[in-house]
Design a protein around this ligand. Sequence first.
Ligand code: NAD
Length: 491
Amino acid sequence: MTILPDANLYIDGKIRPATGGKTYDVLGPWTGEVVTKAADATAADVEEAIVAARRAFDHTDWATNHAKRYELVKKLRDLIKANNARMVEIARHEAGAAIGAVFAAHVNNAVDGMDALIDLFPEVKWEEDRGRKSAMGGKYVSDRTVVYEAIGVAAAITPWNVPLYVNLGKVIAGLLAGCTMILKPAPNTPSAAAILGELALEAGFPAGVFNVVLSEDPAMAGEMLTKDPRVDLITFTGSTLVGKKIMENGAQTLKRVFLELGGKSANIILDDAPNFAMAVASSMVVFHAGQGCAITTRVLIPRSRYAEACAILEQAYAGFADKWGNFEQPTSIMGPVISKKQMERVMSYIELGQKEGARLLAGGHARPDKGGGYFIEPTCFVDVTNDMRIAQEEIFGPVLVVIPYEDDEDAIRIANDTTYGLSGMVQGSPERAAHIAKRLRTGSVSVNGGMCIAGDLPFGGFKGSGVGREWGREGIEEFLESKVIAVGVPA
Ligand code: NAD
């Protein structure tokens, strides 16, 4: 018996196994043992999901009946909330969330974000009167309206790091906009998607409006969805490499492609930070073992206080030594990384950092003594220069790099000297910090602890961090097309 119930497909209003009945084992990050069995969709299953979503969009009132849709999405929300305990178990066993992280990004923030999207629905503009205008010297007069309508069939391709959060950000926004949806989660985290199918069925969603396909092969289903002309939009969160591939594949049918890719965000601590020691100590990359795209993984320290900052960090990491990697510890925010493959990837970066000449201040080792899963010590590199690969590439593990800077201009230069631009932090005297925040080329910035990521705010990246915005009103509008209707009026 596995810990979690089997994860099944949800296609055309039915919860079912894959055609042919094939399943695959999902290994839990804490133990390396099977936590659930997931249906392994065939190409025929993906095809059926596309057909169902297309039919539901073209031949039902899903896209046009705003009131009915709103009620059904609210019903789904209520069921998700009523199943909170199951969501928590899934996040812990499947995504490897520590208890303290579950009650933040994994479940609670996901549910708060879903509430925020639903609260924003009444503000969505479906039609706007753009007034009467005459042209050609008054020969033609028109009454013009801009109508906003759902794009069509949208496919959401999601990652394993905070799966419920990403799934809800895309699915709830797309459904509210009136799209029909196909959700394709990462192979490691099928249950966080399968449960949404189950609850949509219970909520009474019309067949085909929402579909979930699971697959052990990371690329098969996603490639089908990206290339198929019956799919109008792809919303993707994951790695830059796959994001580029999706854009390339989507170009064949000129699909709307929205990408939320990684980050290498900077945390700039100024010499006049209100609480310098606290700012430095809390820059540790430990939340969910660093597996978050918006985590600030480069901390920038003024050269004048660099030695002091290194001493603070050394102490902070030593104090954290027994506060991670424990499944039962209620306050812990750090568990394992998702998989053996990810562990090897992170460890190869730790090796690379040392080869590049950075100094290991803390951590740096795998910790098999913590359990059969994939544990890596909280790790901190100092004496890092921004041109090193460990300062440029997204590691997606518990690894912080510490970079000294000379003055404010230098800090801004270093922060922006990256192919990414997702998030950032500045901590210092308010006016100076706010000025620096405006100069950062990123989609969100926190100044002195401000929460820049919330369900009612747009989230997304500049530069290589992606295309488009999700969450907030903008996140719903991403699933809409505008259409101009001009009615001729006798001149
Ligand atoms: P990935 O980009 O490989 O996978 C993300 C999603 O895309 C999954 O659902 C996967 O099955 C799907 N996919 C894979 N190949 C595809 C293709 N050719 N066409 C369509 N869909 C495809 O990410 P990963 O393997 O889960 O992780 C690799 C790295 O990505 C991580 O180490 C990390 O750096 C980064 N990552 C970033 C985020 C983020 O939020 N920005 C999240 C997860 C992973």
